[in-house]
Design a protein around this ligand. Structure first.
Ligand code: SF4
Ligand code: SF4
Length: 104
């Protein structure tokens, strides 16, 4: 698993940098997020869930059949859209309520 940040989509909010528990993300002189230590990422998805711009891509490892597939999110006040893009470009969408997501 690894994270890549789309510089063109990034709106320089700094939220991913602030939420990463490993301090693996930095911001450059323009405030754009930069993944500084990709090999250190353990895939907690916190940055993915926090990004308001859908700029963080979470690449799925070959060990779970990723082969270039990735996730990204669309954040809304009451729910998060999780988009899964498979290696062949097929896109799936899962809507998860923010009220319900932490209930167990
Ligand atoms: S997935 Fe978790 S550990 Fe990896 S960069 Fe994002 S917040 Fe940091
Ligand atoms: S949370 Fe998203 S928009 Fe904000 S700095 Fe990080 S990548 Fe850019």
């Amino acid at each position: 698993m690894s994270i890549k940040i789309d510089r063109d989509k990034c709106i320089s909010c700094g939220r991913c940098r602030n939420i990463c528990p490993g301090n693996l993300i930095e911001t450059d002189e323009a405030g754009k997020a930069v993944m500084k230590y990709p090999s250190e990422c353990w895939g907690c998805t916190a940055c993915l869930k926090e990004c308001p711009a859908g700029a963080v891509r979470y690449y799925l490892g070959a060990d779970i059949g990723g082969r270039g597939g990735y996730l990204f999110t669309g954040n809304h006040s009451d729910h998060t859209d999780w988009f899964i893009v498979s290696a062949d470009g097929t896109k799936y969408q899962i809507k998860i309520s923010k009220k319900e997501s932490n209930r167990y």
